[in-house]
Design a protein around this ligand. Structure first.
Ligand code: DGY
Length: 321
């Protein structure tokens, strides 16, 4: 008999087809989104849950998870929505999808860099609002990327994929991470390592946030960090919104201390800080990082690989707990 799994949101067709071939699938629709109570209720009758970053599995939720659930696999690289310690305490195995997002997210970071440098959002708005007076020498003049220093904070797979792409635009790549890459890797990516975040900040005309959300990184991008960047620097964030102190970012964008922000993620999304809506020097996306079909398929396969391994009594390939 097939094992039963709950999939909390509709996933791409190919992923659903593979899931259905192996499992008896209970698939929740996306409208309205599944509530935590509904997830916990359905969990009573399934053997594993394939969930997304929308389902916040904090300790109180894990504590209420029915005893039969010993496997959670998340359709995301990020796992800040799951309390791993609480899962470990309950003997629940957890896995994520760490690879599929890489290229797609680096592309969105590149798009944010370009869109911020060249004021693409303002231009689009001008046309859509039927306010374009025609070509003008000083209209929406931005800046080129070539020759500019890009500081990448967090040099994992996505940070490195961004470096590779930004080099194609002749940017000068700098990075800081708690792990230093090998000299060969640094040479391949043309990336200069900085021993401290402060050192990276001091050179970053463009600054990209690519670190995961952890107790150490949460809200690190605040007033004092912003003040260490060159005046008018551009920041882009494709990691997690809660790495940024929104009040400080908005104040710096208003004063011109920061030149521009390209943001794909927001603390508390989809409800974002009101201050962003009317700031012209922002280029804002609704968490599009992994929204490419190739990425979403691979994320789904990776999430299913974890579940397959769990039922085969093996370690999940992307085991977190
Ligand atoms: C992830 O996988 O964590 C991404 O944020 C989804 O786009």
């Amino acid at each position: 008999m097939k094992k039963k799994i709950l999939i909390t949101w509709p996933l791409p067709e190919a992923v659903m087809a593979r899931a259905r071939a192996s499992y008896d699938v209970i698939a929740h629709g996306d409208d309205p989104r599944i509530t935590i109570d509904e997830m916990l209720e359905t969990a009573k009758s399934v053997d594993a849950i394939l969930l997304t970053l929308n389902e916040k599995c904090r300790k109180d939720v894990i504590d209420r998870m029915p005893e039969n659930i010993k496997c959670l696999s998340t359709f995301s690289i990020g796992f800040d929505h799951i309390d791993l310690d609480a899962c470990k305490a309950r003997g629940i195995k957890v896995g994520n999808a760490p690879h599929g997002v890489t290229v797609a997210t680096a592309e969105i970071a590149m798009l944010l860099l370009l869109g911020s440098a060249r004021r693409a959002g303002e231009g689009e708005a001008m046309i859509r609002q039927r306010k374009w007076p025609g070509w003008q020498p000083l209209q929406l003049v931005g800046q080129r990327l070539d020759g500019k220093k890009l500081g990448i904070y967090g040099f994992g797979k996505i940070g490195q994929a961004l470096a590779k792409r930004a080099r194609g635009f002749d940017m000068d790549i700098h990075y800081y991470d708690i792990y230093r890459q090998s000299p060969e890797k640094e040479k391949e990516l043309g990336a200069t390592y900085h021993m401290t975040l402060d050192s990276l900040l001091s050179v970053s005309q463009f600054f990209s946030i690519n670190a995961p959300s952890t107790p150490e990184t949460r809200y690190f991008f605040n007033k004092s960090v912003i003040e260490k960047l060159p005046h008018g620097a551009v920041v882009v964030n494709t990691a997690r919104g809660d790495l940024v102190n929104d009040e400080d970012m908005i104040a710096a964008l208003k004063s011109g201390r920061l030149g521009y922000a390209g943001l794909d993620v927001f603390a508390g999304e989809p409800k974002i800080h009101d201050g962003y809506y009317d700031l012209p020097n922002t280029f804002l996306f609704p968490h599009l990082g992994s929204a490419a079909i190739e990425a979403r398929n691979q994320m789904g396969y990776e999430a299913l690989d974890n579940i397959d391994a769990f039922f085969a009594g093996k370690d999940m390939p992307a085991k977190l707990a």
